[in-house]
Design a binder for this molecule. Structure first.
Ligand code: AP5
Ligand code: MG
Length: 190
């Protein structure tokens, strides 16, 4: 099985690019953000716990997302691999992922990182807020906190995956089609 990590700051285009990536490479798209939003919509206990953290632009506890990912690895069949969108997001989650995969003698195939400047994050999220109505897109201070959380907790993963030769970055500035071509070129090498 292939295990691709789709990495990048909020609004970089992870969700946008994921659909064509899963189709071309027969992957299962696992977005921890989307899984958490469905828990909130369903009013589950987990959703209730996650809601306040997400709406403040903070991360939910590592164990919560690790558990969600591991159960999907066990239950999803009929694909050639997984596309992890928004996971891992902390060094602890990255280590937990390595341990999870090591149990079956597997490992992360490659990290595909979509990079855009901070000013563009705000612009893209403002645009999405007018279309999708995500609670964590509505307030500028929450988006600012998501950007800060990304720099503080998630950006250190770049060093973690670079050290082990798994990190690949592409420029996320350009049209959706241009970015998609850059991603396909990169993924075809793995
Ligand atoms: P999550 O849902 O993962 O949100 P995020 O990381 O903030 O990323 P986004 O979904 O906002 O951005 P995206 O890169 O998918 O951009 P998109 O393609 O939509 O997480 C939400 C929350 O859940 C977190 O804050 C946290 O609380 C919690 N959480 C999730 N995972 C967690 C974890 N592992 N650990 C702990 N907590 C976790 O694009 C954005 C907009 O730009 C769209 O309108 C799109 O149409 C547009 N766009 C995209 N590409 C282009 C382009 N090339 N040109 C012009 N516009 C474009
Ligand atoms: Mg997304």
């Amino acid at each position: 099985m292939k295990y691709y990590i789709l990495f990048g700051p909020p609004g970089a285009g992870k969700g946008t690019q994921a659909s064509s990536m899963v189709e071309k490479f027969n992957l299962c798209h696992l977005s921890t953000g989307e899984l958490l939003r469905s828990e909130i919509a369903a009013g589950s206990e987990l959703g209730l716990k996650a809601k306040a953290l997400i709406e403040a632009g903070a991360l939910v506890p590592d164990e919560v997302v690790e558990g969600m990912i591991e159960s999907k690895f066990k239950s999803v069949k009929g694909v050639d691999g997984f596309l992890l969108d928004g996971f891992p997001r902390t060094i602890a989650q990255a280590k937990a992922l390595d341990e999870m995969l090591a149990k079956t003698g597997e490992s992360v195939t490659s990290v595909v990182s979509i990079m855009i400047p901070d000013e563009m994050i705000m612009e893209r999220i403002r645009h999405r807020a007018s279309i999708e109505g995500r609670a964590d897109d509505a307030k500028e201070e929450v988006v600012a906190n998501r950007i800060k959380t990304y720099h503080d907790k998630t950006e250190p993963l770049i060093g973690f995956y670079t050290e082990t030769g798994r990190y690949n970055e592409i420029d996320g500035v350009g049209t959706i089609e241009e970015v998609r071509e850059r991603i396909f070129d990169l993924m075809s090498k793995y």
